[in-house]
Write a protein that binds this ligand. Structure first.
Ligand code: NAP
Length: 460
């Protein structure tokens, strides 16, 4: 029910609460039933967990959500690796009841008699350790990059490609070797190699590509959990892990498609940054505007579309946008929001910010839905967005972002672009939209600019 609730913004908060409650009941029931903790320990754990969770909820900014998700994925991976390690010790100790309990479970898996249940278990332990450890260290690097603890650049270590390949093949080989000659030493070596693999893989990916990597790491943490499910002979863990694994892969593919990049390009290609010649594109063609002129345009408009981007998130301009929207609606205008799937820096970034200020979900239009109607838009307000409205993606096959689907704001009657300067966005390329005849540049911080336009409209 929690997951179902999360499928729509209207029910998402309830879904989140339900999911959390479900986990609480599950954890408390297991700790209680297995007599792992007494009442005192349970209450202490609940208090500590609640405090940590509340601190995260209050203190972590929405823009810092990707790194929080990254570190949570990492913990998931580490948990799976630890389960594998713990179980390895139990398997080595044949006196424990663990294997006996699971014998019938593995018997059903190995009914064909192709492989023994020891083999299934050894393989699962090795695999959970490999994926879990690589997910943990990879996620820590992703967290460090996004939190700016280390530089977000692409670390081009000489021979990295060869090293990554060797580590991947080496760890897979060790995993396979555990089938024939399992040993505790081999297991720890596997964990060590997989940990270096996670670091080597993520170090060479630029900070701006981290959201895609995080979606991938999320998927890997699910796969590690599913492997841990095989280790523990726990069907629900296998199901839950597979669910996370599959949905993480789907999200990764959606993000790659929306940026017109292949996953291989994100993982191994570095970021396509082209300097571009700003002078040629902008000189003599930029028309500046101010709050008063924007107010006049808005007053005359029937249909206004906001196109929010990363800059709205940085400026935390969503409250000001809500105020302006209210005033426009009061004046009988149609107000909509065009949402690009990779606007901002994480999937659903714009949806979350606009939901925070109670913009009705029906006013949010997906790119495919709103694009054909831009010819009838009187004023399009591009708010801190850049790449997602760059027409070169559509018109120039040689551009680094060629083929990336964009929001066709340039087809609106009037375009107002709000940003602080002519600086490029994430892709690092100039945007000819700014020099178009129907574009006016309103330079300034997104929040301040919207507030001043709102005041000017009130006074108009
Ligand atoms: P963008 O292309 O990165 O451009 C954002 C613009 O916001 C900048 O040009 C900047 O210009 C402006 N800005 C920054 N702070 C501002 C402020 N305080 N007030 C006003 N403007 C401000 O953003 P986008 O159009 O949203 O596109 C997202 C990009 O991120 C895409 O290239 C996408 O591929 C990439 N990406 C997205 C995701 C995701 O999941 N959403 C994941 C990975 C990569 P000034 O400096 O001149 O103000």
């Amino acid at each position: 029910m929690g997951l179902k609730g999360l499928t729509h913004p209207k029910t998402a908060v309830r879904g989140n609460v339900l999911g959390g409650l479900g986990m609480l009941v599950a954890v408390v029931a297991v700790l209680f039933e297995q007599e792992i903790l007494g009442i005192g320990g349970l209450l202490g754990g609940l208090a500590a967990g609640t405090l940590i969770g509340a601190l995260f909820a209050v203190r972590v900014q929405m823009t810092a959500m990707p790194q929080l998700v990254a570190i949570f994925n990492g913990f998931g991976g580490a948990a799976s690796a630890l389960v594998a390690a713990g179980e390895y010790v139990a398997v080595s100790d044949h006196g424990s009841g663990v294997l006996v309990d699971k014998a019938s479970y593995f018997a059903s898996l190995t009914a064909q008699g192709m492989i023994s249940h020891h083999a299934v278990e050894s393989l699962a332990i090795g695999f959970a350790g490999l994926v879990g450890a690589a997910t943990f260290t990879g996620s820590v690097i992703a967290f460090a990059k996004l939190q700016e603890l280390i530089s977000g650049k692409v670390y081009n270590i000489p021979g990295n490609q060869f090293l990554t390949m060797a580590l991947t093949l080496g760890s897979l080989g060790m995993c396979g070797y555990m089938l024939v000659a399992p040993s505790v030493m081999l297991f720890w070596l596997l964990i060590a190699v997989a940990s270096v693999l996670g670091i080597a893989l993520v170090l060479r990916i630029g900070g701006a590509d981290m959201p895609v990597v995080i979606a991938l790491l999320n998927s890997l943490s699910g796969i590690a959990a599913a492997a841990a499910g095989f280790v523990l002979a726990n069907t629900s863990l296998i199901i839950a892990g597979s669910l996370v694994g599959a949905s993480g892969v789907i999200l990764t593919v959606i993000m790659c498609k929306a940026m017109n990049r292949s996953l291989a390009n994100v993982l191994f290609g570095g970021v396509a940054v082209a300097a571009g010649d700003q002078e040629d594109i902008y000189t003599g063609k930029i028309k500046e505007t101010d709050a008063d002129e924007v107010a006049i345009l808005l007053d005359a408009a029937d249909r206004v579309v906001f196109v929010p981007g990363y800059g709205m998130a940085v400026a935390q301009a969503q409250h000001a946008v809500r105020e302006l929207t209210n005033q426009l609606k009061k004046r009988g205008k149609t107000v909509e929001f065009a949402i690009h799937p990779v606007a901002g820096r994480m999937p659903g970034h714009m949806n979350v910010l606009l939901a925070e200020v109670d913009i009705p979900y029906d006013d949010l239009k997906e790119m495919e839905e709103i694009n054909p109607t831009f010819g009838e838009v009187d004023v399009a307000i591009v708010l801190g967005a850049n790449d997602v409205v760059n027409p070169v993606a559509r018109d120039d096959p040689d551009s680094p972002i060629a083929g990336m689907p964009i929001i066709d704001v340039d087809r609106a009657r009037n375009v107002i672009v709000i940003k602080r300067s002519l600086s490029p966005g994430f892709a690092g390329i100039p945007n000819p939209l700014f020099a178009n005849d129907n574009t006016l540049m309103f330079f300034g911080d997104a929040k301040g600019a919207i507030m001043s336009a709102n005041t000017a409209l009130e006074e108009y």
